[in-house]
Design a protein around this ligand. Structure first.
Ligand code: IPD
Length: 309
């Protein structure tokens, strides 16, 4: 039963490895001279000119779906390529044991051979992502987690990477933080539209006076890698302090949320920079389009009383 996650976790890890190998092979073929005269892999547009799908996305999703349905025929499957072609935006996750899969997150990166692309597999139990597997084969990075057992890089290194002690968030966060935010796919140039809000958010974070949060200081860096699920893995790792995106689908974030939770990070549906404090944040409902993630953090000087001594 899903209450015993061991079998499902072992299966998910192997599935992530096999699917990652398919992704690596497909990426290698794109760099192979002997294929120069052959047809290169095509990509086609989905919702718009930056919303793309390749044969690799579809082949890997078909493989994963097949493996899951042979092993766990009663489990539900939600995958990017099965759902995103339809335009309906209904909430896809319910209480049924569900696999939520992005066969290739970072499709644009894959097409341009920028190594930030990965397979992302989550198992969701009672609406919560409890197992996460993210395999970025070009980076040799394999992230995995299972509820109650911690989160790991390459199966051996616990996350976050910096421990003993885990550093607190900078006292004036987002000042002193690395902030990661995605551009998403909605490029409509309308006032108050998604694109404007995102650019404004980038600027608010990068600006010397700290933007609307009015906190003063400066963020250390603003990043945009092109894979939401990998962004969350890097928040879990502790490398990114804060991540934000509006416009995500369930499969963009499910595995990343599972891994982030196990690493001790926080995720909520809010806008930065007003909400970048480390105060407790409600558990997030999968199915929101807007997310703000904060890395695992040790107690601040204030909390430990060091400041007053
Ligand atoms: C996309 C990437 C991108 C994010 C988009 C996602 P895809 O997924 O994660 O970083 O901004 O919202 O849809 O299409 O590459 O699997």
């Amino acid at each position: 039963s899903p209450d015993d996650l061991s079998e499902i976790y072992t299966f998910a890890v192997q599935l992530g490895k096999d699917a990652g190998q398919m992704l690596m092979q497909a990426a290698r073929l794109r760099t192979d001279d002997t294929r120069a005269s052959q047809q290169q892999e095509e990509h086609v547009q989905k919702a718009n000119a930056v919303d793309l799908v390749t044969e690799t996305d579809e082949n890997i999703e078909a493989f994963i779906k097949n493996q899951i349905s042979s092993k766990f025929p009663t489990h539900k499957f939600v995958g990017e390529e099965s759902y995103s072609k339809g335009s309906s935006r209904q909430y896809l996750i319910d209480d049924a044991p569900t696999w939520c899969v992005d066969p290739l997150d970072g499709t644009v990166n894959y097409i341009h051979l920028f190594p930030m692309f990965c397979v992302s597999i989550a198992f969701i139990h009672k609406s919560k992502p409890v197992i996460g597997v993210i395999n970025a084969p070009f980076l040799n990075q394999f992230f995995s987690s299972c509820a109650g057992r911690g989160a790991f890089l390459n199966e051996t290194q616990p996350l976050p990477l910096i421990r003993n002690p885990v550093p607190p968030m900078p006292a004036k966060a987002p000042s002193g933080c690395v902030f990661s935010c995605e551009w998403g796919k909605d490029r409509k140039d309308v006032p108050d539209g998604n694109l404007h809000r995102k650019v404004e958010s980038f600027m608010n974070m990068a600006a010397e006076i700290g933007g609307r949060g009015g906190k003063g200081g400066m963020v250390h860096g603003v990043r945009s890698l092109g894979s939401a699920t990998l962004d969350l893995a890097y928040v879990a790792m502790g490398s990114f302090d804060i991540w934000w995106e509006g416009g995500c689908w369930e499969w963009d974030v499910a595995a990343g949320i599972a891994i982030l939770h196990e690493a001790g990070g926080l995720i909520t549906t809010a806008n930065p920079p007003e909400n970048c404090e480390t105060s407790p944040i409600d558990e997030v409902k999968l199915g929101s389009r807007l997310y703000l993630a904060i890395r695992p953090a040790g107690p601040s000087a204030n909390e430990t009383g060091r400041e007053s001594q």
